[in-house]
Structures are given as C-alpha cells and as structure tokens.
Design a binder for this molecule. Structure first.
Ligand code: S3P
Length: 740
C-alpha cells in the first residue's frame, strides 16, 4: 500500500464539516493518525467511540501537538481564540487550513495572532454542507463532487497550497482559487443572503398567532425555500457578523429588488412583474445548466459530440423541420422594437435565435417563452431599449451580430458584442463600414475586422444610399435597421437578390419599406406596431432532407409548412436542375411569407454547372448540395460562391477535405468547387464546429459504403435542435457519441 499523503492530522471542531473531513481522511487513507478537539464532552466521547478520530481532546493545543496538518472547523468567530490556544503547541512546519464560510475575518484573526502570517497558512472553504449539524451528521462523501475555494495569501507557500489542494482533491472535491475579498463578496450573495432570508421568513411566520395553521398548509415551495433555516444558529450568527460589509451590501441590493416587486404588485404593473419573473426563470435555468456542468440553453456545446452514421437507408414519412432561423431572429428584434405585444409561433428554439432573444432580454425587453415555439414579446418601442449589464454574447450567430450592429449603432448607450471561437473569426467590417458612413462609431477587432465589436452610443445617424459590394442579407438588414433611427431616407442596393425577410417583416409591423428592383429603402422616424408572426419551417434545415430523400433510393417524404420565399428557393431550383423529383404542394401565404409542403422522391441526379444567379438563393445549402453532387452522375461545377469561405467555417475547404477523405474526387477553387460524382466511402471527417457541415456528412451516410464518423457536431444545436432525432425517424441510421 502506498504511504498516506499526511502523517498526523488535527481537526479542531468536530461538527458536520470537521467530522466529515475526518471521515473522508479515513476513507481515502490520507492520514496515519487523526486527533480532534471539541468543547463538548459528549461530542468528544461520540467521536472517539465511532472512530471518527483516534483521540479527542478538550484543549485544542493537545490535539495539534504532533500534527502535520491542522484543519480548523469550528464557527469562524472562535478562530482567534483557537489560534492563540494552539500557537505554542504548533510544529513550525505544520500546515494550517480551515473550512470557515468567511475568509476575511479568519485571515484578520490569524494576523492578530501571528503578526506576520505564516507561509503554512492556507485559508479555505468547502462549498458543501447540509442543514444538519453535529458529529453524527458528518459523512465521508460530503465533499465529493463539491467545490472547495482556497484563498491563498501572498505569504502562503506553494508547498502548503499544493498539499491542501491534494487533500481536497483526494476527497473528490474540485479546488478553485480566488482572493479573500472576492470570496467574501461572492459568498455573501450566493450563500449568506439566502440563509438570512430563510431564517427571517420562518421566524416571521412562526411568530404569527395562527402559525400552526400556516405551517400545516405550507406547500412544497415553502419547504424548498426554507430548508436551510434549520442550519446551525451559532455558525450562522458568526458568519453574518464576520462578513458584515459584504452581507449588508447584498441585503441592500436585495431590499431594492423586493421593494420594486412590492410597488409593481401595488400598482398592478404586470409588465414589471413578468419582466422580473421571466428574467429570473431564464437565469435560474442558466445557472442550473452551469451547476450541472452544461452550457446555456441546454446546448450540447461544452460537450464534444460526434455523429456516427451507418451506411445505407431510405427516407419515408411526413415531417416538419424547426422554424426558420432568419425569420426567428427578426421576430425578436422587430417585436422588441415595436409598440405592443407581439406573439410568435413556430419560433426556432436553436442557440442562434436564443442568443438574439437573450440580447433583447439583456436590454430590458420582457420576453415570455419560448415554450413549444411560442414567444410573447412585450415591445418597448424604438426608443425603449436599456443598456445591457455587460457585453452582449452572440454565440455562433453572425445574424445576431450583424443585424444588432445596425440597431445598436443608433442607441443612446455604448455596447460590446462578442461571440464564440467561430464567430470571432468572421468579418464584421462589411456591416461596420456602411454604418460608419451613416455616422455610427463602431470598432471591430484586429486586422481582419472581427469581433468583439464595440459600438459607441449617442450618435446621430443620417440616411444614405449604400451600394452593397457583396450580396449579403445580413448587411442589407443591418443598414436598413439602422435607418429606422436615421434622418431621411436609407437606401440599399444589392448586387444580387438576397433574402428579403427584413423588408417583409418590417412591412408586417406596419413600417413603410419601398422595394424597386434591387433597391430597398425606408425613412427614419416611423414606428413599429406589434403583430402576430407564424414562423415557417426553415428551408435551410429542410434542405438536408431534400437531398437525403433525393439520393437515397426508394425514398418518398413530405416536408410540411416549409418557407418558400423566392429569395430562398435556390436549393429547390438546383436540385430540380440536377434531375431531382420535388413537388411543391399546397402553396399558401402565412404572415407575409409564402409557405408550402414539399414532396421529394428519390431520383437519379446528374452533375450541372450551377447557375451563378442561384448562389445567393442557396447560400446556406451548398454543403448539402455538394453531397448531392457527389452522388450525381458526372461533374458539378460551382462558381461565384467565394462567400462560402467566410461562413461558420470555410465551407469550400472544409467540404472538400471531408469529401476527399470519403474518396470523392473534388477540386476546390477560390470561388467554388468542382465535384466528380462517384462512390462515397466511409471514414472520419471533421466539421470544424460548423452545424451545416455536420448535417451534410450525415446525409452522405445514406450512400456511403462504410460508416462515417463526424467530429465536432455540438453546434448543430445552433440551427436544428433534435436534428438527430428527426433524422432517425426519417430513416437515417445515426447515433450520437458524447465524448467528455
Ligand atoms: C442570413 C443571411 C445569410 C445567411 C445566414 C442568415 C440572414 O448571410 O448565410 O445564415 O438571416 O440574413 P449573409 O448575409 O452573410 O449572406
């Protein structure tokens, strides 16, 4: 057996924390001998009789005499007295650490006793406990999978810090380090304040005359909220006095919040109440995911997700893919800026659109939902946004960042927008430049003009005519949105038709937008009026199943309620030109957007030279169209598509690499690709975190001769939640592998 990490360990205070520490030391074989000290004779006798410690002393000095490590686990107000008592008996090299819930007071006590703090002193705090107390309540697993905060001081030696860290880690804890001040500030808010409220609520109710009845009828909420009011009174008495300034500060903050609620209730102010409750609910969910070690919005992002697709299969059935991403973003933006309440159905609950939703919540807009695709936005009007509390995080979403640039450029407050690793590489100057010409002050980062984007508030914008050098709906929309606040007319001319959802939806909100040929214009100074929005299914998500059914022999599917806006139907046109069998049925209009059901049957595809005028109309669908090309007879040539190189990944190179791995003959070019149809093999491909690449190679599995493994698929959640579920139901043999 290996030697224990420590020789003799002394534990002062044998309550819940001290006795759990002793039990964990024993269970993990970390010490050769454990001594303890407790004031109560009963505790000492119990601790010895159940073997928590080898010997328990009344005088802490006796306990520490030969100790290599001393752990202080008594209420924090006793720290000074205990340190004074043990000082003469301590070995010079004995490491001293503690488990107190406040750190400033413990360090001050040590300073008063030792004058210069010893290098062996490592203040600490296990974030673990229970409302039970006493030696019998301890358990060896108390710290397992819990956090322990160490607050080393400049005087603390690396050796002492390392040893204490090893002890906690051996007990299963995760060790974090922070400053004493930060610890006390954070704990005042996250632990001390909630305990104070629980004690206060229970005491207040218990003192009411009819208290018996109240407690008899108390519901689960009361039980959940007040569980911690059963905690050790002496310990908490000490904590509140020891951490006085930080606790008072937290309490002051909280009182302001409660007062705001009181006034809102008194005045029947539903908006304020809903605002507070929806924000709290989202924050609580956010924290729940954080506490569970997952990221925001049930994302798969922090995890490493791989897809494994078994070869073969065919597709059958009727399906509805999730809501349109572009329209979902715009519904939140315009709904927030409108006057009145906008109700949205079919909203895409993917991470990109949720990033936009969160941005507007951060700017004070009350948004209920999303719940099963339903969202209710309490618009604040064009001049009602408030400064966000910090940088706006756009995640993976270029649409959020570029469209928001236009909106934020016109606000009275400053903002910063950041994104994830992929978004942080994408060009933002394309929208910053025209906005600057309107009078905005915008900074992008680095030589390539990427995020973070910093926008100065309080600028007066002027309308102008922008001739866009690239066909980009995001840029067009960013400029038109800024135009809502600009003096005079804002005019945008595009080099080729791009999606016109902004123009259509602005009209839906009652704003006058003129469109003549390639030019869209609007005048500043109007207002948006709340409306209802039914978001159609996203043709960009439907595209994966259009190609899948086309290439997999024996397939016959219907995709329902798909948006077929003429600026988005490139994928249908291109597949048809390749010989695809697609029937557009039940065409109708929903809230200003054309919608249809689309039947797709498998067909023999042939290679074509894709007409360049189709490129902007299918800009997001090329990754999966490349799979169609690989399954077609002959050569497919794409030109005029250099934009693909600046999407969530360089989609020309990343697709070329993946297809080559699968044995397909491809030739990437600066503005496109040449693909020879032929057999597709199995293999391992890399998606570079690009959702559409992951989904495209999933589709390729239908015609592959071996399994395809796809790396880095977590971002599929940005645009297509439950893609794998729907793919499986449709007939694709896909499994998800979660790596740590
Ligand atoms: C979008 C426009 C397109 C598209 C993106 C969504 C939009 O980007 O690729 O997925 O909602 O306006 P560009 O404007 O950069 O072409």
């Amino acid at each position: 057996m290996s030697r224990p990490l420590l020789g003799s360990v002394a534990i002062i205070g044998l309550g819940l924390i001290g006795s759990s520490f002793a039990r964990a030391l024993r269970e993990q074989g970390l010490a050769t001998r454990i001594t303890g000290s407790a004031r109560s004779q009963k505790t000492r006798a119990l601790a010895e009789s159940i073997g928590v410690v080898d010997v328990a002393y009344a005088d802490p000095a006796d306990a520490v005499r030969d100790a290599d490590l001393v752990f202080l686990a008594m209420p924090v107000q006793s720290t000074e007295a205990v340190l004074r008592a043990i000082q003469p008996a301590l070995r010079a090299d004995a490491i001293i650490t503690d488990g107190g819930s406040t750190k400033g007071s413990v360090v001050d006590a040590a300073r008063r006793v030792f004058r210069t703090l010893p290098a062996v002193f490592v203040p600490g705090h296990p974030i673990a406990g229970s409302e039970q107390s006493g030696v019998m309540a301890g358990k060896a697993s108390l710290f397992d999978k819990h956090k322990v905060i160490l607050t080393p001081l400049p005087e603390t030696s690396a050796h002492a810090l390392h040893t204490v860290r090893l002890v906690w880690e051996a007990m299963g804890a995760t060790v974090l380090e922070m400053s004493v001040e930060r610890h006390d500030e954070v704990l005042a808010k996250t632990s001390h304040l909630p305990h104070l409220l629980a004690f206060s609520l229970v005491d207040t109710l218990a003192r009411e005359s009819e208290n018996l009845d109240i407690f008899r009828y108390a519901a689960g909420g009361f039980r959940d909220f007040t569980r911690i009011a059963a905690s050790d009174p002496v310990m908490w008495h000490d904590i509140f006095l020891a951490n006085k300034p930080a606790v008072l500060n937290a309490l002051q903050h909280f009182s302001t919040g409660v007062e705001q609620l009181r006034i809102a209730i008194e005045q029947d102010d539903s908006e304020t109440l809903l605002g507070i409750f929806t924000r709290a609910k989202v924050a609580r969910e956010h924290f729940t995911h954080m506490l569970a070690g997952t990221a925001y919005a049930k994302t798969m992002k922090t995890k490493n997700i791989e897809f494994l697709v078994q070869p073969g299969g065919s597709l059958k059935g009727h399906f509805r893919v999730p809501g349109d991403k572009s329209i979902s973003h715009r519904s939140i933006m315009l709904g927030s800026l409108a006057e009145g309440v906008t109700e949205v159905t079919g909203f895409l609950e993917g991470e990109d659109a949720l990033a936009t939703l969160q941005a507007f919540r951060d700017m004070g807009v009350v948004i209920e939902g999303p719940h099963n695709g339903e969202v209710k936005i309490h618009g604040v009007g064009l001049n009602g946004l408030q400064p966000p509390p910090g940088p706006i995080y756009c995640g993976n979403s270029g649409t959020s960042m570029r469209l928001l640039s236009g909106i934020l450029a016109a606000q009275s407050f400053d903002t910063v927008m950041t994104g994830d690793a992929s978004l942080n590489k994408r060009p933002m100057e394309r929208v910053a430049k025209p906005l600057r010409q309107m009078g905005a002050e915008i900074l992008t980062t680095g030589e390539k003009g990427t995020p973070p984007v910093t926008i100065k508030g309080g600028k007066h914008l002027k309308g102008f005519h922008y001739d866009m050098p690239v066909a980009s709906a995001q840029v067009k929309s960013g400029v038109l949105l800024a135009g809502l606040w600009a003096d005079g007319e804002t005019v945008v001319t595009e080099p080729a038709p791009t999606r016109d959802h902004s123009e259509r939806m602005l009209r839906g909100f009652g704003y006058d937008v003129k469109v003549e040929g390639a030019t869209a214009s609007l005048k500043g100074g109007g207002k948006l009026v709340a409306t209802r929005i039914d978001v159609p299914a996203d043709i960009s998500s439907a595209a994966f199943f259009m190609v899948a059914a086309s290439i997999a022999e024996g397939s016959d599917i219907v995709l329902e309620h798909v948006g077929i806006n003429p600026t988005r139907i490139g994928v249908i046109n291109i597949l048809r030109a390749m010989g695809g069998d697609l029937t557009v049925m039940n065409e109708r209009e929903v809230g200003g957007e054309p919608v249809a059901d689309i039947r797709i049957r498998s067909a023999r595809l042939k290679g074509i030279h894709i007409p360049e005028d189709q490129v902007p109309l299918a800009i997001d669908e090329f990754p999966v169209l490349f799979i169609a090309a690989a399954c077609a007879e002959g050569t497919t040539i794409l030109t005029g598509a250099e934009e693909l190189r600046v999407k969530e990944s360089d989609r020309i190179q990343v697709m070329a690499d993946g297809l080559t791995t699968l044995g397909v003959k491809v030739q990437p070019t600066p503005d496109g690709i040449i693909i020879e149809g032929g057999p597709i093999g199995g293999g391992r491909v890399v998606s570079h975190g690009d959702h559409r690449i992951s989904m495209s190679f999933t589709v390729a599995g239908l015609r592959a001769t071996g399994p395809i493994e796809i790396e880095d698929c977590a971002n599929v959640a940005t645009s297509f939640p439950d893609f794998t579920g729907l793919a499986r139901r449709a007939g694709i043999n896909i499994s998800v592998i979660e790596k740590d």
